[in-house]
Design a protein around this ligand. Structure first.
Ligand code: SF4
Ligand code: SF4
Length: 351
């Protein structure tokens, strides 16, 4: 559950870091910089200094916090079981609350990027009506749903005998959570609750791994948030592509059910799935806006591009709007990056 506690409340977790350095061996940023301040171990040492009062929050510390991709790779291997991302976000929130520039950027994003911008682009996407079935789910489209419409999700879930309700949700709030902007994140959460309270349905489906993780993090009792992969496998839907296509898949950091995805690929006719080297390595999305760090970030984007090229796949599928943006950066028209559901909706013979 995402609580966004003040940094001081993570004191115990911060002190539980044994400085074993295992995080260094998995952190994509440390592998490039070799600087301990850019990985959880070093960040915890800085945070201890902040909590003791030996260090003051500064633009330099913020720069290190910002370099973290929030991929969570270090947490998966941390022997002390520390949830690193939550703590780095708590430290980031300490910087955010006293910095007018961070607040301005967040305000701009809220109003113009995730507000007017997405709504305007959404005018060009098409929303369709679902067929009626006894079993019903609510589709959380978020920004992706606004940009792409709901056609693919309806096609897939109607083929499973499930009716889809598509309220006009806003962003889930994750871009503001990682920035440490608690109020804006809470505002998006409230908007979500306001929408779902209109329905007596507890099943939420999403196609975006980051939205899935955020909605689960709201911690709303009784609500079941699942990715579309789970519905496809559970209902044993076996798609048939209209023609033979070679695809590969980039696993977003927030996806836990990769086995379901593999099952779908194995059971889709006319689909050739090539597993990409490092398919589960972070795409580096969190670095897209770090223009000042372009040397570090472009190494991550380029490495992903090279892994993609080796598969010789024309379609790179994923399940996160942010990953789609990051993976497209070096595509140069050589391959097409698509959301998994969008791909299935477009190329398979469903309903
Ligand atoms: S893996 Fe965990 S315990 Fe080990 S240094 Fe990194 S944060 Fe500390
Ligand atoms: S969350 Fe990812 S980028 Fe951040 S310190 Fe951990 S491994 Fe490195």
């Amino acid at each position: 559950m995402i609580i966004m506690k003040p940094l001081a409340e993570y004191k115990e977790e911060i002190h539980s870091c044994s400085k074993c350095g295992i995080c260094q061996s998995v952190c994509p940023i440390y592998k490039i910089t070799g600087n301990d301040c850019t990985v959880s171990r070093g960040q915890f040492i800085m945070m201890k200094g902040l909590l003791k009062g030996d260090l003051k929050m500064s633009p330099r510390i913020n720069k290190y916090l910002d370099l973290c991709l929030k991929c969570g790779a270090c947490s998966k291997f941390c022997p002390s079981g520390i949830d690193v991302v939550d703590i780095i976000v708590a430290a980031k929130a300490e910087y955010f609350k006293n910095n007018w520039f961070e607040k301005f950027v967040s305000f701009f994003q809220k109003i113009f990027v995730f507000g007017f911008g997405i709504k305007f682009l959404g005018l060009f996407s098409r929303k369709i009506k679902s067929k009626k079935f006894d079993k019903k789910v609510i589709y959380f489209g978020g920004c992706s749903g606004k940009l792409k419409g709901n056609g693919a999700v309806i096609k897939i879930l109607n083929s499973c005998g499930i009716e889809v309700i598509s309220p006009d949700f806003n962003c889930c709030g994750i871009p503001f959570y990682v920035r440490g902007d608690k109020n804006t994140y809470e505002g998006f959460k409230e908007n979500f609750i306001k929408h779902i309270n209109k329905y007596d349905i507890k099943d939420i489906v999403t196609t975006c791994a980051s939205c899935e993780k955020t909605l689960k993090g709201y911690g709303i009792e009784g609500l079941r948030v699942r990715n579309i992969f789970e519905y496809i496998r559970e209902n044993e839907l076996k798609p048939i592509l209209k023609k033979k296509l070679r695809v590969t898949f980039h696993k977003p950091c927030n996806i836990d059910n990769f086995e379901d995805i593999k099952w779908i690929f194995e059971n889709t006719e006319n689909l050739e799935y090539i597993e990409m080297e490092n398919y589960d390595k972070c795409c580096g999305l969190n670095g897209i806006t770090k223009i000042s760090e372009y040397k570090i970030m472009s190494k991550i984007f380029w490495a992903k591009h090279c892994d993609i090229k080796k598969t010789r796949a024309k379609f790179i599928l994923t399940s996160c709007l942010g990953c789609e943006a990051a993976l497209s950066l070096f595509s140069f028209g050589k391959y097409k990056v698509m959301d998994f559901a969008e791909f299935m909706g477009k190329f398979s013979k469903l309903l």
